[in-house]
Write a protein that binds this ligand. Structure first.
Ligand SMILES: Cc1ncc(COP(=O)(O)O)c(C=O)c1O
Length: 383
């Protein structure tokens, strides 16, 4: 079978099509589906970008690995913000958004038929990129009973001699579950001994719910000894999803392998965007991030209150900007979300879109303007 034919249909495309059909009928659709911040990138970063655009040297091919300044700033940021020490020359890689790095990693690590162990309830790119690289995806479950966290004992049963990559995602999309330091340690232990890289997708690490900051995988190990890699993104942190900038930090060999794939596929992240990222990750980081993220807490309160009124149970997420809620009827999540769209002109995402482990749940994104959140909450109350 051709690799492309092994991929399931991308559910989010189907949801978008259904949404457009309802909109075409003239109804006012409230879209709480996709996790794409509604607010603009902070003005200070737009100004930095504007200045960088006028710099002719930025118009040329970038350094594939990321500029020396970008990598140094990432290393300083990881030390200051996450207590993680990485060498900017060998342990940092610029990415064209974290999705790009996540998707290329299996290509860097796998031989045909080798295995990736990753979450079933998870970002669809983990399994699709494994299949595109000719690998086999073995899924560990993430159930409500375990707080949507990976169970190290179950993960251990899936890691065999052919396993080259264990994928973790903390904070987790869609549930918002956060892996604690001790669990990271146990999971690292399950992968030790073999030739298995441990990766954490930390795209939401700067988007906590409340004051408890999620821990970095690299904070609980030595990334010059353990074969680890962690993916970071500026997309959600700075309302920069369209800009395409992220970075990977990790073991020098793993970073070098990913870099080698990228050298053969892309030509690096636009220099002007890297320069803007240098500003974003600098001394004003905390102030910028507070301004970006402060909108989500009141939106969460409003949506959770509406769901409570509708008698719908919610998982107490610790990270990310989603509300993860239980389908209140006996319907499957696809049928439920299709009906909510049809009857209430409200887009929410079926859990099944994130794998079979998401059945029985649906996701509400808090990345819509306040007035749309209020209108969405009004419709949720009537479910
Ligand atoms: C869990 C997770 N990881 C990674 C990404 C990719 O983010 P980006 O490529 O914009 O950095 C997303 C985007 O929605 C995500 O939900």
């Amino acid at each position: 079978m051709a690799r492309l034919d092994k991929l399931p249909p991308y559910l989010f495309t189907a949801i978008d099509k259904a949404k457009r059909a309802v909109m075409a009928s003239g109804r006012d659709v409230v879209d709480l589906g996709i996790g794409d911040p509604d607010r603009p990138t902070p003005a200070r970063l737009v100004e930095a970008m504007t200045a960088a655009l006028h710099e002719a040297s930025n118009h040329r091919y970038p350094c594939n690995q990321g500029s020396a300044l970008f990598r140094r700033r990432v290393a300083e940021f990881m030390a200051r913000r996450h207590g993680v020490s990485v060498d900017p020359d060998t342990q940092v890689l610029a990415l064209v958004g974290s999705k790009e790095g996540i998707a290329h990693l299996p290509l860097a690590l796998l031989e045909e038929g080798e295995r990736v162990v990753g979450p079933d309830l998870g970002y669809p790119v983990y399994s699709s990129s494994t299949l595109l690289a000719g690998g086999e995806y073995a899924a560990y479950g993430l159930g409500e009973a375990k707080g949507f966290l990976p169970d190290p004992a179950e993960v251990a049963t899936l890691i065999d001699a052919q396993t080259r990559l264990l994928i973790l995602n903390s904070p987790h999309n869609p549930s918002g579950a956060v892996i604690r330091a001790d669990d990271f340690r146990s999971l690292l232990e399950t992968a030790r001994g073999g030739n298995c890289v441990v990766s954490n997708d930390a795209a939401y690490i700067e988007v906590p719910v409340g004051n408890d900051r999620p821990v970095s995988l690299l904070a609980v190990c030595d990334a010059t000894l353990d074969r680890v890699i962690e993916f970071h993104s500026l997309s959600k942190t700075f309302n920069m999803t369209g800009w395409r900038i992220g970075f990977a930090v990790g073991h020098p060999d793993v970073i070098a392998s990913l870099d080698r794939v990228k050298q053969n596929i892309d030509s690096g992240a636009f220099n002007a965007i890297q320069e803007t990222a240098v500003v974003a990750l600098g001394e004003d980081f905390e102030e910028l991030v507070t301004g970006v993220l402060e909108v989500y807490a009141p939106r969460r309160v409003e949506i959770v209150a509406a769901l409570a009124e509708a008698g719908i149970e919610v998982f107490p997420s610790a990270g990310a900007f989603y509300v993860w809620a239980k389908v209140p009827t006996g319907e499957g999540s696809l049928a439920f979300c299709a009906r909510v769209l049809e009857e209430h002109a409200l887009v929410v995402t079926p859990g099944l879109g994130f794998g079979t482990g998401g059945e029985g749940w649906f996701r509400i994104s808090l990345t819509a303007p306040d007035e749309r959140i209020t209108e969405g909450a009004r419709r949720l109350r009537r479910l």
